[in-house]
Design a protein around this ligand. Structure first.
Ligand SMILES: *Cc1c(COP(=O)(O)O)cnc(C)c1O
Length: 389
């Protein structure tokens, strides 16, 4: 066995061999298309804010890209999740099943509904919720009451399951959809990281009743800040529009609103950026796949570490390239993070699992050995689409 120092050094030089010398960030956007032109058009026409042609076009482009019947553009991915949960009829006091291995926004959106996150474990194959263990857990701990799933120990309704597609890799959607339907819960997909990823031939975010996307600055395409709600259900799409537009009833001048709602609509200037970015999506996806191939070659034969590959039969967007340390190499995570960041190669660990965070420590949870183990062994490495240029 090689010394730890030698393994760390090999990993640093594997990344170096792909990204070259100099400082390399984890993920930066590329603006090589019509960004300037479309944004200038917003300024020239004064349509910078919450109405404008680019919002409609962006929504329509997103349906074209994803195959979802409807897309509603919103201010960010977190707002999209909040709306998705409200569309699923999540009520105060309800429980929502959610992986502990996710970004904090997934759990926060549940809290915004005054509902309780209930953490479930992930599987090592996809990094998504483990459907088999979830099913056994629900069989052992829930009952059905009036066609809803009730947690027998708390007496609360388990209204929905939110699946996160981690780093753009598809979770096992067929199996998870089957569990959701067996237990009468709504399946929501947090596809924030997954624009351009497919579960077999279905775009992520379109298998569950509702899916969400994010266009934050570090995502596959960016609108500065932004997000979208995807659904095939026309009633839910209308409801999403209404809820994100302060529930204003259509009228040429009157301010009449029929519920307490949200100002979550995406401004036109952000949508303009989004339209230009979406035109380059296939270039971004190609670059990311090429980067994956290059890393695969570079990491080949290094002991103790594997480059993460898309699940079989699925197509990942490879949003963030990821290495996974073998279990008996997990102690190298800190030295690797240290050594890479020290030489200007930006790397990041996976999120601290939600059940270990101060606001979520007290929440309901099943046993979470896989989330805990993955949390200690995953490292994201530089992934910008510009690296391969
Ligand atoms: C980025 C992200 C979000 C939130 O998106 P914002 O646009 O930053 O609000 C939610 N969930 C996951 C998994 C994400 O990666």
């Amino acid at each position: 066995m090689e010394s730890d120092v030698a393994v760390v050094r090999e990993i640093v030089s594997a990344i170096r061999s792909v990204v070259g010398g100099g400082r390399t960030v984890l993920h930066e956007p590329v603006f090589h298309g019509n960004e300037w032109r479309y944004i200038k058009e917003c300024l020239d026409t004064t349509f910078v804010s919450s109405v404008g042609a680019f919002v409609d076009r962006f929504e329509s482009d997103l349906t074209g890209q994803s195959g979802a019947k409807y897309a509603v553009a919103v201010v960010n991915g977190t707002a999209a999740l909040h709306i998705a949960l409200l569309l699923a009829d999540v009520k105060p006091g309800d429980e929502v099943l959610v992986p502990s291995l996710t970004f904090v926004a997934t759990a926060n959106a549940i809290s915004y509904c005054a509902a309780q996150p209930h953490f479930v474990d992930s599987e090592e194959r996809t990094f998504g919720i483990d459907p088999e263990r979830l099913r056994h857990y629900l069989l052992a701990t829930t009952c059905q009451r009036d066609e809803t799933c009730v947690n027998r120990s708390t007496g609360k309704v388990i209204r929905a399951i939110v699946v996160t597609h981690v780093f753009g890799h598809p979770a096992d959607l067929d199996a998870l959809a089957a569990v959701a339907s067996e237990f009468n819960t709504v399946l929501i997909e947090d596809a924030s990281e997954a624009l351009g990823s497919f579960f077999h031939d279905r775009h992520l975010g379109t298998v569950g009743l509702i899916g969400t996307l994010s266009f934050n600055g570090n995502k596959t395409i960016t609108t500065g800040g932004g997000g979208a709600v995807l659904t095939n259900n026309s009633e839910l799409a209308l409801k999403a529009k209404h809820l994100t537009r302060v529930a204003k009833l259509p009228h040429p001048w009157e301010y009449r609103h029929d519920k307490v709602a949200f100002n979550y609509r995406m401004p036109n200037i952000n949508a303009a950026l989004g339209c230009a970015q979406l035109e380059q999506l296939s270039f971004f996806l190609d670059s990311k796949r090429k980067l994956f191939e290059a890393y695969k070659e570079a990491f080949n034969g290094i002991e103790g570490v594997k480059l993460v590959v898309e699940p079989k039969g699925c197509r990942s967007n490879y949003w963030l390239q990821t290495i996974l340390l073998d279990k008996d190499y997990s102690h190298l995570r800190e030295p690797i993070l240290q050594a890479t960041n020290e030489v200007g190669i930006m790397t990041r660990p996976a999120w601290v699992p939600m059940h270990q965070l101060i606001p979520y420590k007290q929440c309901l949870a099943m046993e979470l050995p896989v989330a805990e183990s993955l949390g200690e062994r995953l490292i994201n490495i530089p992934s910008s689409p510009g690296i391969m240029e």
